[in-house]
Design a protein around this ligand. Structure first.
Ligand SMILES: Cc1ncc(COP(=O)(O)O)c(C=O)c1O
Length: 409
């Protein structure tokens, strides 16, 4: 099967990295959950800013500054439309981590406040809460879904915040966010969603999901690194103070008075990633052209295919196996293999297959389910069925080569 096609044919030609080879073997990029490849229109949009505009935003009255400011605000509006929010509810951040920290700092929690955090959360959605408050873990069942019975019990302890993850970066499992957020609100908790792994594949709508805030990163959805989005719903928008103070956040400053700008500007201190906003705008346009329904279907199909391939190999043990609502991510433990990093190196250097190993920044969970390390294969719109076949064939061939490394576990 060829790659995902849009009206112009196979989209793979849009991704320059896919034309690279390793010793004559084409690159098979299966690390999209870490960061996605960028299509040419995104690269062109960023180059256009640097080559033709170059100026800073919101500070100057000259033509180039106004052009950059307009483009930056148009990018915000484009993001807002794509997440069902108003422009003033969309804050540009440096990425998911920055967005989640902005909320964790701004809520002004105390050490006695309780925050519920999913046991499979990325470090970026557990460490800020662990730093600012007291954390209880929402357990994850063997199939990767949250234990909703235990969740309901934990809510009776009146948490201040529930930190939800839409799609796990380890298992690819989606959680029933609308249901979990509604329950959290019944108990008076603020809900904060990590949408880093879902926003690239599904249209995330803050009101449809019913959360108070959500964060994601441009670089995982064909956009540039260094820019992300924090969407603040009505419950938080006016209540949250800026976590970072500086130029651009204020309307008026005297020696003893500060008047904050209205949101979203009060959250965007300092010169932002202007080229990043050009790139993110182009990425959302690109994804829109592919179509969100098709993107989600492709993601589900890839997830299904990864699972089937992994589950029929005795030497692989899938983290959170079983059918259900899942995207194109699978993580496996490899029987008897103590050094998955070495396996990843062989896959890369001998087969051109790029995938990830380690604890995936979800160390407590990966420690509990896979003795601290997994091999993760993750896909995106440019991934083909052939890529998946190549990766598993390469794994089959590389596995015996690791004989010296293996031992009974
Ligand atoms: C689920 C999840 N949350 C948060 C992050 C952090 O994203 P960033 O590094 O772009 O801030 C990641 C990145 O891998 C992720 O997968």
């Amino acid at each position: 099967m060829t790659g995902f096609a849009d009206g112009r044919g196979d989209i793979r030609a849009d991704f320059p990295v896919l034309s690279r080879t390793v010793d004559g073997v084409p690159v098979v990029y299966l690390d999209s959950a870490a960061t996605s490849l960028k299509p040419q229109p995104v690269i062109d949009a960023m180059v256009r800013y640097y080559a033709e505009v170059g100026a800073n935003i919101h500070r100057g009255k000259h033509m180039l500054s106004e052009e950059a400011s307009d483009a930056y605000e148009r990018a915000r509006q484009r993001v807002a439309e794509s997440v069902g929010a108003r422009g003033d509810e969309v804050v540009f951040t440096a990425g998911t981590t920055h967005g989640l920290n902005t909320v964790a700092v701004g809520l002004g929690l105390s050490a006695d406040d309780l925050v519920l955090v999913g046991a499979d959360s990325h470090h970026s959605h557990q460490l800020p809460w662990r730093h600012h408050a007291r954390v209880e873990w929402i357990p994850v069942r063997a199939d990767g879904t949250p234990d909703l019975g235990r969740y309901a019990e934990l809510l009776r302890r009146r948490p201040a915040v529930v930190a939800l993850t839409h799609c796990s970066n380890v298992t690819g499992r989606y959680a029933p966010i609308a249901e979990m957020a509604a329950l959290a609100h019944e108990h008076g908790a603020v809900t904060v969603l990590d949408a880093a792994q879902s926003a690239p594949h599904r249209a995330v709508d803050i009101h449809g999901l019913g959360v108070d805030a959500l964060a994601f990163s441009a670089h995982k959805m064909m956009g540039p690194t260094g820019i992300g989005v924090l969407v603040l719903g009505p419950g938080l928008l006016d209540r949250l103070p800026p976590a970072m103070h500086g130029g651009g956040t204020v309307d008026w400053v005297t020696t003893d008075e500060v008047v904050w700008r209205r949101p979203p500007h009060r959250f965007e201190g300092g010169t932002p990633h202007i080229a990043g906003a050009y790139g993110l705008h182009a990425a959302i346009d690109y994804l829109g052209r592919l179509g969100w329904t098709h993107l989600a279907e492709h993601d589900r199909r890839m997830g299904q295919r990864l699972l089937e391939e992994a589950e029929r190999r005795d030497h692989l043990s899938v983290v959170a196996p079983g059918v259900g609502d899942r995207g194109g991510i699978v993580s496996v433990a490899v029987r008897g293999c103590r050094d998955l990093g070495e396996l990843a190196r062989i896959l890369s250097d001998s087969y051109g297959v790029m995938c990830r190993t380690g604890h995936l920044c979800a160390q407590p969970y990966v420690d509990a389910v896979a003795r601290g390390q997994v091999l993760r294969i993750s896909t995106y719109a440019y991934t083909t069925e052939d890529d998946v076949t190549t990766a598993f064939k390469a794994l089959d061939e590389a596995f015996p080569l690791l004989g010296a490394e293996r031992g009974d576990r």
